[in-house]
Each structure stands twice: as C-alpha cells, then as structure tokens.
Design a protein around this ligand. Structure first.
Ligand code: ADP
Length: 214
C-alpha cells in the first residue's frame, strides 16, 4: 500500500433515517462520488457487514423473531462489535473510507426512541463496544412518516421494524432529530422529502467538506 494511504486514517461515514427515507437510493451516488475522486472506500451495513453479523441481522429483522427489549439491543451491539473489529477498524486503519448504512444512531432511534430503552443504558453498550469510535459524518435522511410510507408501499416485504405502527416510527424520527440537534458537528440532516437531485447536491457538499477537513 502506498505510504500516503497508510499514513492517514480513513473517514467513517454513516447513513441514518427512518425506513423508506432513501438511504439505499443514495448509496450509489455516494459510491460514484468517492470513486470519482479516487477515494478508496468500502461499503457496509448494520446490522450486518460480517458473516456473523449478517446472521444476527436475519434474526433481528425476521417478523417471526420473539426477543426481549434488552436482548434486541445486546444483539445489535454484538453484531456491531464484530463489524467494528472485522471490517470498520481495519478499513480506517488502512486509510480507506468506510460507509455504513446504519450504525449506533439506529440503536438510539429504534431501540431507544422506538422501544423505550433509556438512552443511558444504550450509552453503556456504546462505550463498551466502540471505545471512542464515532463516525466523522452522519447523513440523516429525514422526512415525514407519511411520505416514507407512501414511497415504500408495495415495494418490498416489510421486516420486523417496518411492520411497527406509525407511533413507533414517529418516535424513531424524533429520536434521530434530537440526536442530530445535540451533535450538529457530526450530523448533516437532509430534507428527504425533496427530489433526488436536490438531495444529492446536498450530499456532495457534505462529502466535499469532509474531504477538505484537515
Ligand atoms: P431506505 O433505504 O432509506 O429504506 P429507499 O432508498 O429504499 O429507502 O427508498 C424508499 C423508496 O422511496 C424507494 O422506492 C425509492 O425509489 C423511493 N425514493 C427514495 N428517495 C426518493 C425521493 N427523493 N423522491 C421520490 N422517491 C424516492
């Protein structure tokens, strides 16, 4: 590996939002933007990203899974620890950028906001599992629930979280927005009710800023 590449740690970008907010839609754009600037980047997702973590993902998303609140959060963090150890840390240490479709903000939003696990309890697991690792940039795709639901209707079979009632998704959205307000330096909140081109112009701005950051 060239010296210039190993000398600097890569950047860690996470994508967040309620289901149907457009994360998958914009992944290709982000991939092309980074490739266009010769940035060596890896793409991953949570829960998932490693063989073990993908098995945990299947369990977490399957509509027939019966799981307690705390076990759900612990499984999410078990999958995350493996993802960090096997994929995220090695990539960043090698100077690669790592883009993850969901990360810990999802646990705060879904298990915290959605299910009601106190944020302080999630923070204990975050500290244990991440040892200070935080994303450099979190793109939060935000839009009203009704718009997201409309966009998703009929496009795919809904998983265990997508099947939750509207109140759940509203609490998830609110928790995301509260986290973004508390950490404005890390979060970029993107109004995703707009057209795709407008959103992607915003994404490009934030990526450019991250690239230029010393
Ligand atoms: P997520 O990955 O966040 O769950 P998706 O990217 O799968 O969301 O988007 C959900 C649906 O909404 C898809 O059918 C997608 O084509 C559509 N969609 C995404 N962004 C927009 C947009 N800005 N305008 C209109 N439709 C959109």
């Amino acid at each position: 590996m060239p010296i210039e590449q190993s000398a600097r740690r890569g950047r860690f970008i996470t994508l967040e939002g309620i289901d149907g907010a457009g994360k998958s839609t914009h992944l290709g754009f982000i991939r092309d933007w980074l490739a266009g600037r010769d940035i060596d980047a890896a793409f991953s997702r949570e829960p998932g990203g490693t063989p073990l973590s993908e098995k945990i993902r299947e369990l977490l998303l399957a509509p027939e899974t019966v799981v307690s609140l705390d076990a759900e959060a612990l499984l999410a963090f078990a999958a995350r620890q493996q993802h960090i150890a096997e994929v995220i840390e090695p990539a960043l240490a090698a100077g690669r950028w790592l883009v993850s479709d969901r990360f810990t903000d999802s646990t705060y939003a879904f298990q915290g906001g959605g299910r009601g696990i106190p944020f302080e309890r999630i923070r204990v697991l975050e500290d244990w599992v991440q040892r200070g690792l935080q994303p450099d940039l979190t793109l939060l795709f935000d839009l009203p629930l009704e718009v997201a639901a409309q966009r998703m209707s009929g496009t795919r079979q809904l998983d265990r979280f997508e099947q939750e009632a509207a109140g759940f998704h509203q609490r998830v959205r609110d928790a995301y927005l509260a986290r973004a307000a508390a950490e404005p330096g890390r979060f970029a909140v993107l109004d995703s009710s707009r057209g795709i081109a407008e959103i992607q112009a915003d994404i490009a701005l934030h990526l450019q800023r991250l690239l230029e950051r010393g």
